[in-house]
Structures are given as structure tokens and as C-alpha cells.
Design a binder for this molecule. Structure first.
Ligand SMILES: NC(=O)c1ccc[n+]([C@@H]2O[C@H](COP(=O)([O-])OP(=O)(O)OC[C@H]3O[C@@H](n4cnc5c(N)ncnc54)[C@H](O)[C@@H]3O)[C@@H](O)[C@H]2O)c1
Length: 253
């Protein structure tokens, strides 16, 4: 049986860890030619090697998503090598500090905006330009439940994730008639190295996060990857401008 992404050329940023890594591995299993891009080249190479060992196709690329020129150069390299770009998962992101707004450092705010919001903006520009030229494609941007509801202490992060949904919905309207599908996922509380940094080995903090989602447990990166791969696939052909929550019921309340 053919995979969901059979022979599609799919670029994933932040592919070296967590949700991006899980999406890259699943895309590889579903038949995609995966471009695993990350600021950490060793991590990206490890993921690409894992896909190849499992019988799939993948290459690793280094990218800092905050730098616009890197996106354009990367898409050019992908097209030179693979001939096209069918799908992109703009996933790379950082949590930023936890602090009330008045204590939130301006430089840190700019850094979170540069990576989480402008990183997606730059990626979308390079990717959509190529997809229009070739006659279509699919984008998935990684927002968050922090892009759907507010949470005290993470105003910078939350602003970027709300912004990602704005970019997703507006651009989806702009390019829907030209065959470019643009959607977002909004993961809930997913056990990845991003959260390991927040928990810092404290069992009480780990237990606290576990109870936040109505399902009473952490989400797994693989559960988000399933949504991403489906949205990138032709099976989601009528899904445009959607923000798909994968959050164990968190935002249903
Ligand atoms: N873990 C969660 O609960 C959760 C929930 C909602 C949304 N998200 C979002 O999911 C995405 C991935 O998070 P994760 O939990 O898998 O984190 P993670 O830390 O495990 O992975 C993030 C990856 O992004 C890469 N990265 C960071 N800055 C980069 C840059 N400037 N350029 C290129 N790559 C860069 C890192 O090297 C890392 O490999 C983020 O956008 C995050 O905001 C995560």
C-alpha cells in the first residue's frame, strides 16, 4: 500500500528534536523524501540517518529560521536536488522566558518573535513562491494552544503563536485558489526536550503539567506528527486555513 506522502518532497524545520523529529520520521515512513532542517546539524543528520536506515529517503540541512536568506537558499537547494517542494512543516520554535509582561526582557521578546513568528513568515514566503511556480503544495505551521488561549507568564511566546495563526489564515485565503493549502497545528502539552528544560527534573512540576490536559497525561510528539502528516497529504484536500488542536481536550473547556 502506498504511503500518505508517497514521493512527495517535504521540508521540516526544527526536525532534529521533539515534534519536528517525530513528523520527519513519520513522513519518511509514509513515503516522503524528507529534508530534515535544524539549527543543530548533528541532530538533523541523526534524524535523516534514522529515516534512511528504516528504508526511507532523507537529507539533512542546517537552517537558522530567523534568517530570511537561509530559507530562500534552502528552497533553491531543495528544488535543484529534488525538482520541487510539495510540503513544508514550519515547526522550529523556542519557548522564551517565563515572566509577567513587565519583567519580560525586550531582547528576549525580539528573539522569540524572530524565531517563532518571523521564522514562519520567512519560510512561508520562500515556500509559497516555489509552490505557486510549480502549481501547488501544502504548508503546515506549528502554532500551539498558546496561540488559541492566553496563559500568564508567556506573553511573548503566546504573541508569536497567535501571530502564526494569523499568518496561516490570511495566507490560506490569499492562495487557496492557486492550489496552495495552508493550515496550522496547535499542540497541547507534549513531552519533548522543550518541556524537559521547563521541568528540570522536578517530579512535582512534571505531575502538574500532566494534570493540565483533560486526558490526564502528556501528549506524545508522535500524536502531533499524525495530524501534521495528514494535513500535508492529499487526503486533507479540502482543508484550508484550519487550526487543528491536538491537545487532549485542553481548549475544549
Ligand atoms: N512541546 C510542546 O508541548 C509544544 C506545544 C505547542 C507547540 N509547540 C511547538 O512545537 C515546535 C517544536 O517544539 P518541540 O516541543 O518539539 O521542541 P524541541 O526543543 O524538542 O525542538 C525544537 C527544535 O527546533 C530547533 N530550533 C530552535 N531554534 C531554531 C532556529 N532558529 N532555526 C532552526 N531550528 C531551530 C531546535 O534545534 C530543536 O531541534 C515549537 O514551535 C513549539 O513552540 C510545542
Amino acid at each position: 500500500m502506498k504511503g500518505l506522502l508517497e514521493n512527495k518532497v517535504v521540508l521540516i524545520t526544527g526536525a532534529g528534536s521533539g515534534i519536528g523529529r517525530a513528523a520527519a520520521l513519520l513522513a519518511g515512513r509514509e513515503g516522503a523524501q524528507v529534508i530534515a532542517a535544524d539549527i543543530g546539524m548533528e541532530q538533523a543528520e541523526a534524524v535523516a540517518a534514522e529515516i534512511v536506515r528504516a528504508g526511507g529517503h532523507a537529507v539533512a540541512e542546517r537552517i537558522d529560521v530567523a534568517q530570511r536568506a537561509r530559507h530562500e537558499a534552502l528552497v533553491e537547494r531543495v528544488v535543484a536536488t529534488h525538482g520541487r517542494l510539495d510540503g513544508a512543516f514550519n515547526n522550529a520554535g523556542v519557548p522564551g522566558p517565563v515572566a509577567p509582561l513587565l519583567d519580560y526582557d525586550d531582547a528576549e521578546f525580539s528573539r522569540v518573535i524572530d524565531i517563532n513568528l518571523k521564522g514562519v513568515w520567512h519560510g512561508m514566503k520562500a515556500q509559497i513562491r516555489q509552490m505557486l511556480a510549480q502549481g501547488g503544495g501544502a504548508l503546515v505551521n506549528n502554532s500551539s494552544i498558546g496561540g488559541v488561549v492566553g496563559k500568564a507568564g508567556i506573553s511573548g511566546y503566546s504573541a508569536t503563536k497567535h501571530g502564526v495563526l494569523g499568518l496561516t489564515r490570511s495566507a490560506a485565503l490569499e492562495y487557496a485558489s492557486q492550489g496552495v493549502r495552508i493550515n496550522a497545528v496547535c499542540p497541547g502539552i507534549i513531552k519533548t526536550p522543550l518541556y524537559d528544560g521547563v521541568i528540570q527534573g522536578d517530579p512535582a512540576t512534571e505531575q502538574y503539567f500532566q494534570t493540565l490536559q483533560p486526558v490526564g497525561r502528556w501528549g506524545r510528539p508522535e500524536e502531533v506528527a499524525e495530524a501534521v502528516v495528514w494535513l500535508l497529504s492529499d487526503r486533507a484536500s479540502l482543508v484550508h486555513g484550519h487550526a487543528l488542536v491536538v491537545d487532549g481536550g485542553f481548549t475544549a473547556a
